[in-house]
Design a protein around this ligand. Structure first.
Ligand code: NAD
Length: 547
């Protein structure tokens, strides 16, 4: 395996999002902004967003190194694809145990590099990944089985058809920083099991977690099959230029750029992009479960989650009970302990701006508020507002703000949810589960959860997908395997005749047969069809004799 963490010295700077600025005014131990590139190690943050402590150095891959790594991966892929699915599964199965055995190391690294609580790191980035490896290694043989195409023996005598699921070849995988272990593994595991090679570029914000992911496969795979490249947008662009398919998770703006380049190269791409997820609370919702669920859905990973609840539409009839409970629960959460610190100062600036603009538009802050300058410990914040024409309700905030809008029942809520340009997930909170299923069918989001929110990204068997600006990619489930493989149709002909009906020569008899077939198959009334059958009975033997 090519793990490019150490060794190559070239720096990658590209059009990646700006890294963070140092803030001189912050207290040394407070969560604070990390410095921009130090010039020696590429575009990577060098300090933990938690406390500013130094993070280990990472060396960037030069974009010029990517083609050679891609060639090596392609070479390794040939023998890998020739193995059976069961053989590949037995090679990868030990990754489950490796994840579990390294649980504390993984959780602690994500905690330091990303700033999320250790509990969240363990629950979101360790345990579901072990399940994911088990799901795919158990299921892959059956999921890759080919299917048969049946042929009409009269029209197509002696034909046997089979559809195989062939690997795409080289999967270019480009991932974000918010779930830096779970998101890459969701593609690496099924991509490899399907017989592909993978060229993996983690986010430049979390390169150490990316290296850890690659290390889980060390010593198991053929040399070069999983190649790790480290760097920013220019290295990502080099990956796009080499891959046979790109699996991208990240922002809408970058996703669009990746899609354009993939279109130019005529290769497929899978896009998992941003979200503006809503929770709909109907008048009969159970208060305690709904309030607890929404508070978690809004504030886990400090809202730096594509499926974070960024809008909650509450039926007016229940507002008096639900809103105070949401506020009460939120006030109990301590930023940096119960909720993550924001991972970058760039993200913190966006969240501050959305809150400030919403306040300017009349939003009432019921809990929390922006932190002091330089701190990344953004308190979980609840706001109540009437107007939707503010970035807080239109754009992805990706931070710990829970905006509450009161609505007049389910119809009003559906209209508002579906008005968004995003369509990742929506949750519906109610005791009337049957009605919620009806409502789910009318929501345009890729995932709908009834009386829960967001967690199904961690369920390997359930498709994770969106609509609109949330992208059309699919991770998890057999549907994801549909992206990581291509159907290959193989026809075997056992017909021993010298020629097929439709081969040369084209003769008047053949023309007669063609039109008689059209009439016999429904192009004429009953008598016309009967006449056509007689015509065919006379013409087909003539054709067989060369007419
Ligand atoms: P980003 O778009 O800034 O970066 C994502 C990745 O793209 C990084 O690895 C980056 O280096 C790379 N990149 C940048 N420019 C590139 C280029 N020109 N060509 C190829 N690669 C390039 O996103 P981010 O800030 O890392 O992640 C946050 C975003 O990800 C949010 O919008 C969030 O909603 C989204 N996200 C979506 C899902 C989902 O499942 N839908 C999951 C997690 C995160």
């Amino acid at each position: 395996m090519d793990v490019q963490q150490d060794g190559q010295a070239a720096e990658a700077q590209g059009d990646a999002p700006e890294t963070n600025e140092t803030n001189e005014t912050s207290a040394p131990s407070a969560p604070r902004a990390t410095p921009a590139t130090d010039g020696a190690s590429g575009p990577f943050p060098t300090q933990s967003p938690l406390d500013g402590s130094a993070l280990p150095a990472v060396t960037a891959t030069s974009p010029s190194e990517v083609p050679a790594l891609a060639r090596k991966a392609r070479e390794a892929q040939k023998a890998w694809a020739a193995k059976t699915a069961r053989e590949r599964a037995s090679v990868i199965a030990p990754v489950k145990q490796r994840i579990l055995a390294r649980a504390e190391e993984i959780a602690n690294l994500v905690h330091r590099e990303c700033g999320k609580p250790v509990e969240e790191a363990a629950l979101a980035e360790v345990l579901p990944n072990a399940d994911l490896v088990e799901y795919w290694t158990d299921a892959i043989e059956e999921l890759l089985e080919g299917t048969t195409v049946e042929f009409d023996p009269l029209a197509y005598p002696g034909k046997l058809g089979r559809i195989h699921k062939a690997p795409r070849g080289l999967v270019g995988l480009i991932t974000p920083w918010n779930y830096p272990v779970a998101i890459p593994l969701r593609t690496i595991v099924p991509a490899l099991l399907a017989g592909n090679a993978v060229l993996f570029k983690p986010s430049e914000i979390t390169p150490r977690a990316g290296a850890l992911v690659a290390s889980l496969f060390e010593g198991l795979l053929p040399d070069g099959l999983l190649a790790l490249v480290q760097g920013g947008g220019d290295v990502g662009a080099a990956v796009v230029d080499e891959a046979d398919i790109v699996v991208f998770t990240g922002s809408v703006a970058t996703g669009r750029r990746v899609a354009v380049r993939c279109a130019e190269r005529l290769i497929p791409c899978s896009l998992e992009l941003g979200g503006k997820d809503a929770a709909i609370v109907l008048a009969d919702a159970p208060i305690e479960r709904t309030a607890n669920g929404i508070v978690w859905g809004a504030f886990t990973n400090a809202g730096q989650n594509c499926a974070s609840i960024e809008r909650v539409y509450v039926d007016r009839k229940i507002a008096d009970k639900l809103v105070p409970r949401l506020v009460e629960l939120t006030k109990k959460l301590e930023p940096g302990r119960d909720t993550a610190v924001l991972t970058t100062s760039r993200q913190c600036d966006i969240v501050r701006r959305h809150l400030a603009e919403a306040e300017a538009a009349g939003a009432e802050v019921l809990a929390g508020g922006a932190p002091e300058a330089g701190s990344l410990a953004f308190a979980p914040t609840v706001v109540k507002l009437d107007r939707e024409d503010t970035p807080l309700l239109r754009e992805e905030t990706f931070g710990p703000i829970l905006p509450i809008v009161l609505v007049d029942g389910a119809e009003d809520a559906i209209t508002r949810v579906n008005a968004s340009s995003f369509g990742l997930t929506t949750s519906v909170w109610t005791r009337r589960v049957g009605a919620a299923h009806e409502l789910a069918r009318r929501l345009k989001t890729g995932v709908v959860t009834i009386n829960n929110h967001g967690f199904t990204a961690a369920v390997a068997a359930a498709p994770w997908t969106g609509t609109g600006e949330s992208g059309y990619g699919i991770t998890n489930s057999p549907h994801a395997l549909g992206e990581l493989t291509r159907p290959q149709f193989v026809l075997e002909d056992r017909n021993k005749a010298a020629r097929e009906l439709w081969w040369y020569p084209y003769t008047p008899v053949l023309r007669k047969i063609a039109f008689a077939m059209a009439r016999a198959r429904g192009g004429a009334g009953l008598f016309g069809r009967i006449a056509a059958v007689f015509e065919l009975a006379l013409a087909l033997p003539k054709r067989l004799l060369g007419g």
